[in-house]
Design a protein around this ligand. Sequence first.
Ligand code: CTP
Ligand code: MG
Length: 230
Amino acid sequence: MSRKFALVPAAGSGSRMGGECPKQYLPLAGRPLIFHTLDALCRCAEIEAVFVVLAPDDRHWGSYDWSPFGSRLKPLWCGGASRAESVSNGLAAMAGTAGDDDWVLVHDAARPCLSQAQLARLIREVGEDAVGGILAVPVADTLKRDGGDGRIGATVERSGLWQAQTPQMFRYRLLRRALEATRAVTDEAGAIEAQGHRPRLVAADITNLKVTYPQDLQLAAWILANRGET
Ligand code: CTP
Ligand code: MG
């Protein structure tokens, strides 16, 4: 059986959040935001180790106590200029640990509300799939394309559209090669698709939100406080 590893890109600056502190370190439910993200992954017994990709000049990581996660948590100081580059650098650093057919679950540091149920569902539904898959949510709202003049240019057909989330779960070698071939993607599935593969869509829900704007922090705090998972 293939082993499973998590890889958490955490080298962004959080420009849409604004402020001095990168959003992954903002306080959330009494901890830095990324603590909750890492906790969700470390609590999953099927995941052998959790690699976290930090910016080479990260000044925040060292201020916190990560010992609750023990030796399964492995910081890598190899973040790049884009998310794809950070993930690609992280995969390269995992070369001595992960085998070609092992699974890598790439999960945004900025998604602290991943539930154990969603994570288990991804792992179960992807199973031993030849390609891999991602958590995603069917689009609920009617979609409008901006006409560029402050008015609606068009209504976009919503049926069949999904919002991609993370974790995104792929075989180590396939993902590494795909990201080496194309960096112009905003998620791992995009790189896999560019190689002609069709990742599985695994239904999640909107509680697995990506904290992007200041108001998202309050929503994340509410979700963590009300989920009943401890
Ligand atoms: N990320 C990364 N390396 C980068 C850019 C982003 O590891 N060069 C990580 C972020 O830390 C985050 C995840 O990728 O956990 C998703 O990216 P996003 O939500 O866009 O975070 P930021 O890029 O930090 O935010 P913004 O786009 O608002 O600047
Ligand atoms: Mg970004």
